[in-house]
Design a protein around this ligand. Structure first.
Ligand code: FAD
Length: 498
């Protein structure tokens, strides 16, 4: 995939970073505007080595089937499920696009990147059991969650997650919900497939190339300065449109564009650690993703979960991610990432967020200090019989949360993803990390609509031909939901989707 530094220095589009976001945007662009010339620049020696790598993220196809943080309890005690509905609809956009690519033969072997398995939520103690029951009652009435079941019956729970019920204390009330149609997605494998497909279309991915800076051209395009790590030399590449899909590195690059939209935005890094099971006999006895409830003070996306994962054709078991604090913005980043992201224009934004989130910072620093045995004790909340010798710690990716000023408040720490683009649509960046890769298609559709809406003829119709539910609320189009389900089930080899 590497190309000599002398190759063409001009393309219509430059994608920075070889993760799932750039892979998805490049693939979408080549479908709706095949004549577009694209170059990809990645600073590492291979694609999908940062957050999109299979062992750097949790691989949950986030469809809001088990993540308790997507359904907030309101002051009046009711449960708001709107965020869960939104995320479910967004995940369905991803699944439709992946299914389209497989049906056209553009990527193959879907079993290498998507597997079906139950998604469950598990709680302990009277208060959380009451919460889960109320949440279930709110969700099951909605067509997107109608196959959710709830149980407090230990015999039922033994069938759902036998490993978790062995030697469990009988006195604490427990409950779970179960949705059979969840997924484990190997985002690393998917990213590699998409880049291989792009390579076939002539889109070159230039590895070991670090994007350093940008100059705005008089024709509205960008001159991009790139350091070739192989030779130590820099070169310039021109593009009409730049996508900054650099994961944790996106904020720094966005700031370097100097566009007004990059001001008053900061980043707050959260690191991750998994416990991975090394005993295949244990891994074979659990088949589900089981999400718990976040501890008090924990960031919402760091809810512990015990997950069956499919990595390199092997079934494995991961627990975590444990959140932690590190000033790096990328796993392969620098400890100067956080301090160097603070600029005069975002100083008050970042300071305000820091002052408001001292508890979170304290929590993350304490998490970093946890010993392996303390982490094992957290795992034992899920799997009481877990033995330390069966598990080892592995470092996950970094997630950089967005800090922004809102019309009402300075320095708000956000836990979603957001596309920030220039008013003229010549550059866009993806910031944030959750729900992340699962909703990569929706995020990249936003980039297309914002930056190419008036440049690609019939863009919306072309996109809808690939992704039929685009622009529609599936809960109000149940016949379309059924139609998509049949297609997706067959192409992706899943038993059922929803
Ligand atoms: C612990 C953890 C758990 C997660 N769990 C889930 C989950 O269960 N489900 C889910 O959907 N999502 C999950 N996510 C989020 C998901 O992994 C990310 O949203 C997604 O992988 C981001 O993809 P990306 O392409 O934006 O970034 P990345 O995959 O990080 O790729 C960015 C690339 O840009 C490159 N780069 C950076 N700076 C430069 C530069 N200056 N020049 C050239 N290249 C550069 C990097 O080297 C990297 O390869 C999780 C993330 C973490 C960390």
């Amino acid at each position: 995939m590497n190309a000599p530094a002398t190759e063409t220095m001009k393309t219509d589009v430059v994608l920075i970073g070889a993760g799932i976001m750039s892979a998805t945007l490049g693939t979408l662009l080549k479908e709706v505007a095949p004549e577009t010339t694209i170059a990809v620049f990645e600073q590492l020696d291979t694609v999908a080595k940062e957050s999109s790598h299979e062992l750097n993220n949790a691989g949950t196809g986030h469809a809001a089937l088990c993540e308790l943080n997507y359904t907030a309890e309101q002051a009046d005690g009711s449960i708001n499920i709107q965020r869960a509905i939104d995320i479910n609809e967004k995940f369905k956009l991803s699944v439709q696009f992946w299914s389209y690519l497989v049906s056209k033969g553009l990527i193959d072997k879907p079993e290498e990147f998507i597997q079906q398995l139950p998604h469950m939520s598990f709680v302990q103690g009277e208060k959380d059991v009451a919460f889960l029951k109320k949440r279930y009652e709110a969700m099951v009435q909605h067509p997107l969650f109608k196959n959710m079941t709830y149980s407090e019956d230990r015999e039922v729970l033994k069938q759902w997650f036998p490993l978790m019920m062995e030697n469990r204390d009988e006195t604490t009330p427990i409950a779970a919900t179960h949705v059979p149609t969840g997924t484990d997605v190997n985002f690393g494998a998917l990213t590699r497939k998409l880049f291989a497909h792009l390579d076939n279309l002539g889109v070159k991915t230039h590895l070991n190339q670090t994007v350093k800076s940008f100059i705005r051209m008089t024709d509205g395009g960008w001159a991009i300065t790139i350091l070739d790590k192989n030779t130590g030399k820099t070169r310039t590449h021109h593009a009409k449109f730049v996508f900054i899909g650099a994961g944790g590195g996106s904020l720094h690059l966005l700031q370097k564009t100097g566009i007004p939209e990059s001001h008053h935005v900061g980043g707050f890094p959260v690191s991750g650690i998994f416990l991975q099971c090394k005993n295949p006999e244990v891994a074979e006895r659990h088949f589900a993703k089981v999400y718990g409830k976040a501890a008090l003070g924990a960031p919402p996306m760091s809810v512990p979960h015990l997950d069956t994962r499919f990595v390199n054709g092997q079934r494995t078991l991961l627990f975590g991610p444990f959140a932690g604090f590190s000033p790096k913005f990328l796993k392969h980043g620098s400890v100067m990432d956080l301090p160097s992201s603070v600029r005069p224009h975002n100083l008050t934004t970042v300071l305000a967020a820091g002052a408001k989130n001292l508890d979170l910072t304290r929590y993350l620093i304490e998490q970093v200090k946890l010993s392996k045995e303390q982490r094992m004790n957290e795992l034992r909340q899920f799997y009481p019989d877990a033995k330390s010798e069966d598990w080892e710690l592995i470092e996950a990716g970094q997630r950089v949360q967005i800090i922004k000023d809102t019309p009402k408040e300075r320095g708000v720490l956000q836990f979603g993803t957001e596309v920030i683009s220039a008013a003229d649509g010549s550059v866009a960046a993806l910031l944030g990390a959750s729900p992340g890769a699962s909703t990569s298609v929706q995020a990249m559709l936003v980039v297309l609509q914002k930056c190419f809406g008036n440049k690609i003829p019939d863009l919306e119709a072309r996109l809808q031909a690939m992704i039929p539910s685009l622009g529609k609320n599936l809960a109000e189009h149940l016949d379309l939901l059924d139609h998509i389900q049949t297609e997706v089930r067959e192409t992706l080899g899943l038993k059922n989707m929803w």
